[in-house]
Design a protein around this ligand. Sequence first.
Ligand SMILES: Nc1ncnc2c1ncn2[C@@H]1O[C@H](COP(=O)(O)OP(=O)(O)OP(=O)(O)O)[C@@H](O)[C@H]1O
Length: 266
Amino acid sequence: MGASASAINKDEIIARELEKPADGSDLTEETALDEVRRLRALLATYTTPIVPTPSSLAKTNGGGGGGGGTGGGPAPLVVCGPSGVGKGTLIKELKARWEGKFRFSVSYTTREPREGEENGVHYNFVSEEEFDKMLASDSFLEHATVHGNKYGTSTDEVFSKKTNSAILLLDIDVEGVKAIKAHVSSGKMSGAKFLFISPLDLPSLEARLRARGTEDEDNVKRRLGNAAKEIEYGKVDGNFDKVVVNDDLGKAKDEFCGWIGGEYQL
Ligand SMILES: Nc1ncnc2c1ncn2[C@@H]1O[C@H](COP(=O)(O)OP(=O)(O)OP(=O)(O)O)[C@@H](O)[C@H]1O
């Protein structure tokens, strides 16, 4: 923790955000001003601790450990949170506590592997061309472009018979969460449990991302710009069944594993 708010250039974040059309439509002066107001309000909260809304949390699944998932298996567990918040760290702990109980959905991505990442284990690393071919053949249940790279969850992976015994774990971004929710609403998937991991505040997320040492300066800034929007979505009542603030790692591990253990009766 401890990076100062000035470590992020607010004007740069606003300028970058304004390059993107609001709501997918062309940016007009009016929508641009709305966006500037929204971002100013967001950035004003930059150093404000992020408080989860525990009661909030509408059930988006049938509850309990059994049923509601893919092919009659347990409901998939969807874990979401900004880059660097500690998703991988907490998921590793979960797998260690309940060996063999979870099956990790290996996403496809066009990003370069980080040191130590294995193809087929951490991600399926594919070229832009391969990704686009999969997209064209409707192979993805959800996909998104995040931080300039494409990510997707293959439909086969989620609906595979193998998910019957193990709990399928999806580590996906906010756009992916929205897509999965749409599949649950439409009945394509019969249920999922949604968990959001939040940092205490943006400076501590920034410090963590920098300390990990995997991103260059541009990437750190891009990830922090996205994080503000993701956290905004994560805090909305009912968007997630559970929010875990990953500040003290030991406490976060216990809360993360404790909630999941309770939900799936492990
Ligand atoms: N509570 C914590 N306190 C301090 N450091 C932490 C904590 N949780 C995780 N970390 C460290 O923060 C860094 C980011 O964690 P991790 O790689 O698990 O994040 P992530 O959410 O999976 O990121 P990405 O989405 O970019 O893959 C790692 O170096 C990890 O060791």
